[in-house]
Ligand binder design. Structure first.
Ligand code: B3K
Ligand code: ZN
Length: 873
């Protein structure tokens, strides 16, 4: 397989203005007739006069041009394309192909999920439906006619507005859809099935009525309320915050149970993994409710950032994804608790994007090349891309940023553009030069800031010397300095913010946060007028995706944890402290835990003035994998041991307090999904966890009663997890009960699989292998694969990285079995092993051997090939 390069981009030689599709749907054999209106692109250089259309796995039946049937002498067909040898400047083209949805296990193109038929076209799946210029800079208007058996497929959906619907003889019916907005082929969608809809309505700011429909299988009708509420909130928010209104008469969401990722923003017809639609208090956790609200909003927001304005090519993916993630993060911050949202977003960035940026698949937010674009729907393109938008929003300030996005929507509506076009709008609206800032788009790697403080008590000055350094990444040995906004504060002895006046500034500045802009490899900032040596609060609110090195003393961290006016940094100080303690325990398991640590932990735990969700964040130990990322060589067993030990100590020392917090925060009424209520549940279950760690006998009883009595899945799952990790008869019995109750609810059953896969108990791998043979397990359902294999490999470091290599062999076996069925899922799983260089020699050898075993397979997919080969480079 060969890479595609950004530098080779050429505008398309031909444009397609209109497409009329006619589907005769049948799971075994679907016929697709496409009529394209093609013309030469005046803006492109002339090629050899031929037109090459993309097409894969299509059985071609007929081709005609301007209503004249072509013969095989007029065209060439190979496994990836149809080439018409000589074409006029403007013509109509008709092709008819056969496709086979029931055989499509890759879940790309048109496929069968249960009893329904559905599509997934991003990034390059449309070419598995018909011959086309399947690239995002070719935007066309679509008319779609769907014909199918009326009893089997009573609901037939596609993009846009429904313009015709009628019965045909022989039990079939026909529905025609018309999408007035030109769109790239990756946004095409169709659905056929026996579905029921929850319906609602929405009136846009300018007074247009929009029908809202969520289509699900009939037994799921009672799990759509939260999704519908989320959708309406998202529509209102986008009008208020970004001035964006919805543009069609109907907005549809369909929940599908076989889906490679979270959801898809097809124009007017979003197709969702049912995990991000279906929720009832007794079937979904707080995290599920939150995920649904965020993903529904994300896909809806794509209507403007992605659909009306799309990407010129796939290297620009972050243009739509980074911006849309930024938008959904801001939405969720407004719907819930802004502080907690920021903490969780940063946690995610540090847990996934930082390692990616330091590993063999590191790539810029705008990649320079790829072998398989599906491998680049990454934390870098999404989450770091969102941080890059956030930095620009912060540099511009809210008003200018809004002017800049208004300009972007006005200037580029209906176009396929680049991340550079986006930055140009930021510059035009603000008058700022973002030349150096653009490096965030094309240099990979996480910058490291080393900060040193010097004070001179005599003249009241305090100097911060800041060095930035970005380690090399594959293909980019040398990095230029980034333009980094650095928000800081200086705290006085009473914990109040001091003024931050720089030496060359004439007048005093107000106390509080101030943003320094870094542009050089090394820079010095001298603050004056400070009566005492301050404690610096650095990177307030996490203003840039960087790592910080600053030699805080433990006392300073405790001080920041208690006093920083910035909530994010209070949390971060606590995490740094916990991390220090844990790493000290890894180095020396006998090391004592200072009393002042327990005192601070206790103070925080009992601080009833603080938001409980935030407290739960503060009091959660950094994850084992995050701790591993902080070590030169990851010490898997040492970390697990330290984690367990600290957890146990906390549970033992603070037992009474934890028990009180647990009992004081019990459910008092029916489940509500509000930040307050979910914060109570989070804190309560965290307390229970520490108590169980300590083997507290009262806690085991509480756990069992919570499992038996709770009416919401958050509390049931928290208790189940603790019981399973506890093991013994209690764990086994809880699992059996859970299975009996929920075995027919697929999404709940996924939880049953993952709670077992993520247990740190020593026999987990054996259990996982046994579960692969369970009658409810199937490699064909991505959610099920993720819930068992993905959960084990990505969320159970101590068992996945077992020293005997059993986990690695298991993963490689799964990848090899999955790859021919569903390469996207296989290659994503494989990523769990690519950071092998971070481990000790023996584990390195074991992982490398498994990756090599995969790479040796002749028919390996492009997807898995790219990941495996880059991992070994
Ligand atoms: N745009 C889709 C992701 C498509 C992934 C293709 N492999 C969902 C989203 O980001 O909104
Ligand atoms: Zn997206």
């Amino acid at each position: 397989p060969h890479p595609v390069f950004l530098r080779d981009y050429q505008p398309p030689e031909f444009l397609i203005d209109r497409v009329d599709l006619r589907f005769e749907l049948d799971p075994e054999r679907t016929s697709v007739e496409a009529r394209l209106q093609v013309r030469r692109n005046p803006a492109a250089t002339r090629g050899d006069g031929s037109l090459r259309l993309h097409g894969e796995q299509l059985d071609l039946e007929q081709v005609s041009m301007n209503d004249r049937l072509l013969t095989p002498a007029d065209y060439r067909v190979d496994a990836e394309s149809l080439t018409l040898l000589r074409v006029p400047d403007r013509f109509g083209l008709m092709t008819r192909v056969r496709i086979h949805p029931s055989l499509n296990t890759a879940l790309e193109g048109l496929y069968q999920s249960g009893d329904m038929l559905c599509t997934q076209c991003e990034a390059e799946g449309f070419r598995r439906i018909t011959y086309f210029l399947d690239r995002p800079d070719v935007m066309a208007c679509y008319g779609t006619t769907l014909v199918a058996d009326r009893r089997r497929f009573p609901v037939l959906l596609s993009n846009g507005n429904r313009v015709e619907s009628r019965d045909l003889p022989d039990g079939r019916h026909l529905v025609r859809w018309e999408d007035p907005f030109p769109k790239p082929s990756y946004l095409f969608a169709l659905i056929a099935g026996d579905l029921s809809a929850v319906e609602d309505g929405y009136t846009t700011a300018s007074g247009r009525a929009v029908e809202l429909k969520i289509y699900v299988e009939p037994h799921n009708l009672d799990k759509c309320d939260h999704a519908m509420r989320s959708l309406k909130k998202a529509m209102r928010w986008d009008e208020e915050r970004f001035g964006r209104e919805y543009d069609l008469d109907v907005f549809m969401i369909v929940a599908v149970s076989h889906f490679n990722m979270g959801a898809m923003e097809n124009k007017g017809l979003n197709v969702f993994n049912d995990k991000y639609v279906l929720a009832r208090p007794d079937t979904a956790t707080d995290a599920d409710f939150e995920g649904i609200e965020g993903v529904i909003a994300h896909e809806y927001f794509h209507n403007w950032t992605g659909n009306r304005i799309t990407c010129r090519d796939w290297f620009q993916l972050s243009l739509k994804e980074g911006f849309t993630v930024y938008r959904d993060q801001e939405f969720s911050a407004d719907m819930g608790s802004r502080g907690v949202k920021r903490i969780n977003d940063v946690r995610l960035l540090r847990a996934h994007q930082f390692p990616e940026d330091g590993g063999p698949m590191a790539h810029p937010v705008r990649p320079e090349s790829y072998i398989e674009i599906n491998n680049f729907y990454t934390a870098t393109v999404y989450q770091k891309g969102a941080e890059v938008v956030r930095m620009q929003a912060n540099l511009l300030g809210p008003e200018r940023f809004r002017q800049a996005t208004d300009l972007y929507f006005e200037r580029h509506d209906g176009q396929a553009v680049t991340t550079d076009d986006f930055v140009r709008c930021m510059e035009a609206a603000s008058g700022r030069d973002l030349g150096q800032f653009r490096r965030w788009y094309d240099q990979a790697g996480t910058p490291e800031l080393s900060i040193q403080a010097d004070d001179d008590a005599d003249d009241g000055t305090y100097t911060l010397t800041i060095r930035q350094h970005t380690p090399p990444t594959p293909g980019q040995p040398v990095k230029m300095p980034f333009h980094i906004p650095l928000a800081i504060g200086l705290l006085g002895p009473d914990g109040q913010d001091l003024p931050t006046r720089l030496a060359d500034e004439p007048s005093a500045t107000a106390p509080g946060t101030r943003v320094l802009e870094l542009r050089e490899a090394e820079q010095r900032f001298r603050f004056t007028g400070l009566p005492v040596r301050p404690v610096p609060s650095l990177l307030r609110g996490f203003p840039a995706p960087v790592k910080l090195r600053f030699a805080y003393s433990d006392d300073e961290l405790l001080f920041l944890m208690a006093h920083d006016s910035d909530g994010f940094n209070r949390w971060d100080a606590a995490q740094t402290l916990l991390q220090r303690l844990l790493l000290a325990l890894v180095a020396d398991p006998e090391v004592g835990i200072p009393d002042q640590f327990f005192a601070a932990f206790r103070r925080a735990l009992l601080d009833s003035s603080s938001d409980r969700a935030l407290l739960a964040e503060v009091l959660t130990l950094p994850s084992e994998s995050y701790l591993g990322d902080q070590m030169e060589v990851v010490d898997i067993d040492g970390i697990h041991h330290a984690h367990t030990m600290l957890g146990r100590h906390i549970g033992e020392r603070l037992g009474e307090d934890l028990l009180r917090v647990y009992r004081d925060n019990g459910e008092t009424g029916p489940y509500v999904f509000t930040p307050q209520a979910s914060g109570r549940r989070a804190l309560k279950n965290l307390a229970l966890g520490y108590l169980m760690w300590a083997g507290d006998a009262r806690a085991l009883g509480d756990c069992q009663s919570q499992f038996a009595a709770a009416h919401n899945m958050t509390d049931v799952m928290a208790a189940l997890r603790l019981l399973v990790d506890h093991g013994g008869a209690e764990g086994a019995q809880a699992l059996d009960e859970f299975y009996r109750r929920w075995s027919r609810e697929s999404l709940v059953l996924d939880k049953w699989f993952s709670v077992q896969a993520t247990s740190p108990r020593p026999d987990t791998l054996a259990r996982v292998i046994q579960l692969m043979g369970h009658s409810d397990f199937s490699l064909r359902n991505p959610n099920r694969v993720r819930s068992l294999v993905g959960a084990f490999c990505n969320a159970n470091p101590v068992r996945f990285h077992a020293a005997n290599g059993g986990g690695y062999r298991f993963l490689a076996d799964c990848v090899l079995e999955l790859d021919p069925l569903n390469p996207q899922i296989a290659s994503r799983l494989l990523k769990a092993m690519i950071h092998w260089r971070r481990f000790d020699h023996d584990r390195q050898t074991l992982m490398r051997a498994e990756i090599a075993r995969i790479l040796a397979i002749e028919e390996l997919s492009k997807d898995a090939f790219e990941v495996a080969s880059k991992a070994l480079e």
